[in-house]
Write a protein that binds this ligand. Structure first.
Ligand SMILES: [Zn+2]
Ligand SMILES: [Zn+2]
Length: 281
């Protein structure tokens, strides 16, 4: 397995929520690692089966592992790791975790696999995009792929999710080619990665305080705004009751309904930057 040359680059960001976990359903636990969320799927209990969704920031493996041990017991790695996409802040701890846990299968959309097998890099972050301090310092964020070799597997075309029987994956591109969200029809719970977020991710202060505010995908890393808008429309049409986003606090009920409807209706004003290399092209 190979890290990208810059995966270990200094990433000087954290939030008041780092290390905090919130249970959104008995089997759905959102855990914040610095500025990004990972999800533990599975009922808490020693030896219970579980799945990890997304893999946080670089150097956060010990934090993720310690929290997982509290919830599922020691020596009990997840059955699988599912990735919403492979940006640096969603795969940061992946190689360390795999080295520790052994050959846990990692699943992602087939369009995302080149970024997990060292074949393709993401576009460089857009530091010129309209937005706050985080956009301006996004040159610090690695865009290079990692290589987890044979651990990487494509999600099945039938939209089933390994080890998550009641869930379906939904293709929600725009922020990245192979971005997916997960949806459970039973309680309309949704794990949306960066398809939309609940914090203004380009503003340093708001990231730090995690002030709740609906927004589109992080600006400095989103190359296709038209597709990103369509993806928000797809998610809104499913009427989620619970949403765990990649950034910001997880949300539910009336707040989610109202704000997601607003985001879908006013996507161009709320989410799409006024200028930047991905909108000017
Ligand atoms: Zn992302
Ligand atoms: Zn992200």
């Amino acid at each position: 397995m190979e890290r990208s040359s810059s995966t270990e680059r200094f990433q000087p960001m954290t939030s008041v929520g780092s290390g905090v976990g919130i249970e959104m359903a008995p089997d759905l636990y959102c855990f914040t690692v610095q500025i990004v969320n990972v999800v533990f799927y599975g009922i808490a209990g020693e030896g219970n089966d579980w799945v990890l969704i997304d893999a946080g920031m670089a150097k956060s493996a010990s934090m993720i592992k310690a929290e997982a041990e509290k919830r599922f017991g020691e020596g009990n790695p997840p059955k699988a790791i599912i990735l919403t996409h492979a940006h640096f802040d969603h795969i940061g701890a992946l190689i360390d975790l795999l080295e520790d846990w052994g050959p846990v299968p990692v699943y992602a959309h087939s369009n995302e696999l080149p970024y997990l097998t060292g074949k393709k890099n993401y576009p460089k972050p857009d530091t010129s995009v309209e937005g706050g301090m985080v956009a301006k310092m996004s040159f610090l964020f690695p865009n290079e792929s990692i290589d987890i070799g044979e651990n990487a597997h494509p999600l099945s075309d039938d939209h089933t999710v390994p080890f998550m029987p009641d869930w379906k994956w939904i293709h929600t591109p725009g922020h990245s080619d192979g971005h997916i969200s997960l949806f459970r029809n039973e309680d309309h719970a949704m794990i949306v990665g960066d398809a939309f977020v609940t914090v203004k991710q380009d503003e340093l202060y708001k990231v730090f305080t995690q002030e709740k505010e609906i927004n589109g995908p992080p600006r400095y890393f989103t190359p296709d705004w038209e597709t990103a808008e369509q993806s928000v429309g797809i998610l809104e049409a499913l009427r989620p009751a619970i949403a765990i986003t990649g950034h910001g606090v997880p949300v539910e009920g009336e707040w989610l309904k109202e704000n997601l409807t607003k985001l879908a209706a006013e996507f161009k004003t709320i989410a799409v930057p006024d200028y930047g290399k991905f909108v000017d092209e």
